[in-house]
Design a protein around this ligand. Structure first.
Ligand code: NAP
Ligand code: GLV
Length: 309
């Protein structure tokens, strides 16, 4: 019988395990327990303990309950020869499109200001900001980034996108490589980061890159906290080159008490909720891939450790 161990750092695991078991009645799905007998074929994980990989020595594949695998790739005990499989969309790209469009429109339609005015009893109209003045750059044109770029384009913003390899997306001006990044940054007032965290993309949201954005720029980071050099953001806000930022992810999560971001009113924050792992979508995808893997069929979403995503 196929054995599947499940390990996730938070949430009610019993419901997840019960639902995966229902999808795979011929398998045995259990919560990882270092005291239990080993011998699992598959692991389904988010932020598992290192000891899972010391205990389970015969895994055939590891399924990540998220799109980003940076934390799993960094675990020293993760068996290098075992395929690591990421979630592919599973309901996340539409959520991310909602989140980013909301952040963009909140900024360009000045909803925060109007809300404050109305709270203060002030009926005040402002001169409309024109979308032509807010070209958007999307870093990352993968499963999620491409959806975000298309959603923004549907609001008739000029959208630029950046990827590692060359892409062609209708309605989006696509760039790639180092030259492409330079071109995108110089043409952008609202920058959205949807990149995976890899050695090549870490700290990409740094002073030297953010300074290339048009004056009064706005930053939206929904990827990973380590993409951003936090002190550079704070300095560029103080200097007025950046008008504001919307951050869903942070170098340290939860954001520590006393962190400068808590009191910077130009930064809008959420606690890493931009695109949640949806249980039904994610488990259905993973169960399907386990069945295909067992049948010797190819599965997509296998991470390339050399690329880092
Ligand atoms: P993906 O499908 O793997 O796409 C990654 C994109 O980034 C691809 O377009 C890739 O280029 C590009 N890229 C990677 N390295 C690059 C480099 N060095 N230079 C230029 N472009 C580079 O990933 P995804 O599913 O869209 O997810 C993206 C990230 O979103 C995840 O890794 C995760 O960190 C984050 N995320 C956050 C949340 C949240 O709630 N905040 C939720 C889900 C995901 P190519 O197309 O050329 O390969
Ligand atoms: C969430 O951040 C994910 O990578 O799925």
């Amino acid at each position: 019988m196929t054995r599947i161990v499940f390990s996730a750092a938070s949430g009610d695991l019993t419901v997840w395990i019960r639902e995966l078991q229902a999808l795979m009645p011929d398998a045995e799905v259990t919560a990882f327990d270092a005291r239990a007998q080993s011998g699992a074929d598959y692991a389904v994980v988010w932020a598992p303990p290192q000891e899972l990989f010391e205990h389970e020595r015969h895994l055939r594949a590891i399924f990540c309950l998220g799109a980003g695998v940076d934390a799993l790739l960094a675990m020293p005990k993760r068996p290098r020869a075992v395929p690591l499989v990421r979630l592919g969309d599973a309901g996340m790209s539409v959520q991310m499109a909602e989140y980013v469009c909301h952040a963009v429109l909140r900024f360009t339609r000045e909803f925060e200001r109007y809300e404050a005015d109305m709270r203060a009893g002030q009926w005040q109209l402002r001169k409309p900001l024109l979308r032509e003045h807010f070209p958007i750059g999307v870093l990352g044109l993968g499963v999620i980034g491409a959806r975000v770029a298309r959603a923004l384009s549907s609001f008739e913003f000029a959208v630029h996108g950046w990827s590692r390899t060359e892409h062609s997306l209708e309605g989006i001006t696509c760039h790639h490589g180092a030259d492409g990044l330079e071109k995108l940054l110089r043409a952008t007032r609202i920058l959205v980061c949807v990149l995976p965290l890899t050695p090549d993309t870490e700290s990409i949201l740094c002073r030297s890159n953010l300074e290339k954005l048009m004056p009064g720029a706005y930053l939206i980071n929904v990827a990973r906290g380590a993409h951003l050099v936090e002190d550079d953001l704070l300095a560029l806000l103080l200097e007025g080159h950046l008008a504001g930022a919307c951050l869903d992810v942070f170098r340290e999560e939860p954001l520590p008490a006393g962190h400068a971001f808590w009191s910077e009113t130009r930064i809008t924050m959420t606690p890493h909720i931009a695109a949640r792992t949806l249980r039904a979508n994610s488990l259905a995808q993973i169960a399907g891939k386990i069945r295909d893997h067992q049948a010797g069929k190819p599965i997509d979403g296998i991470v390339d450790p050399a690329r880092g995503y």
